[in-house]
Write a new protein. Structure first.
Length: 220
């Protein structure tokens, strides 16, 4: 069965991508996704699509099974043609969820972003999301979506970055990324409530991943 790559053109297409995202990031369990998914698939779709539209360099791509037409994977690439950290950066908060998840999510977002100004303070490509439905892994969908971005990065002679989970590290390495540092995310309070402590444990904190880079390659 063949696979076909597409670029998201509208919110209706994006809804199908987010449906797959819910499956992919729950198998296996992903604490960051448990925060990101919000209150419902509909809310999640609207919020993520608004983030996409607000970022000029954002492109969402997705893969379909040519035989069934089903969406089986999605990825967001963001192309920063200038330094996105040149000006003052507003603090990001997990505004879409209630406490104590809001406080935990806000702290995790801070940990996720604290290395970016120093490492990514230049024109670059960023893999923001990349996922494949649990029933369609090992078919090449993720590689198709990564190749879309790495080919463009090579055309422009730009570096690319990704914050990878443990599970996805080998996939990114196969596409030329390499580890530059550990990614450690956690949430702490001096006198946490029982609810905060239980939620932190449920989300799997502390969460470990990898900060990965792909060097610029200039094509002839």
């Amino acid at each position: 069965m063949g696979l076909k790559l597409h670029e998201v053109a509208n919110e209706e297409e994006f809804r199908k991508v987010v449906d797959v995202e819910h499956d992919a990031y729950s198998k296996p369990y992903n604490g960051i996704w448990e925060i990101t998914k919000g209150s419902s698939p509909e809310e999640c779709t609207a919020r993520q699509f608004s983030w996409h539209k607000a970022e000029p360099g954002s492109t969402w791509v997705y893969v379909t099974d040519e035989e069934t037409g089903d969406v089986i994977g999605g990825a967001q690439w963001i192309i920063y043609k200038t330094n996105p950290y040149a000006g003052e950066q507003p603090a990001k908060t997990a505004y879409w969820v209630e406490e104590p998840m809001k406080e935990i999510g806000t702290q995790l977002l801070a940990d996720l972003g604290k290395h970016r100004p120093g490492l990514m303070g230049k024109p670059h490509f960023l893999v923001s999301y990349c996922f494949v439905h649990s029933a369609h892994r090992k078919r090449g969908a993720a590689s198709l979506m990564l190749k879309w971005g790495t080919d463009k990065a090579d055309e422009l002679g730009m570096e690319a970055f990704v914050e990878s989970t443990e599970m996805a590290r080998s996939l990114y390495e196969a596409h030329g990324f390499y580890v530059v540092d550990d990614l450690n995310m956690d949430a702490q309070l001096e006198n946490p409530s029982k609810e905060f402590t239980a939620m932190r444990e449920e989300l799997g904190c502390p969460i470990h991943g990898w900060i990965m880079k792909r060097d610029a390659v200039k094509t002839q």
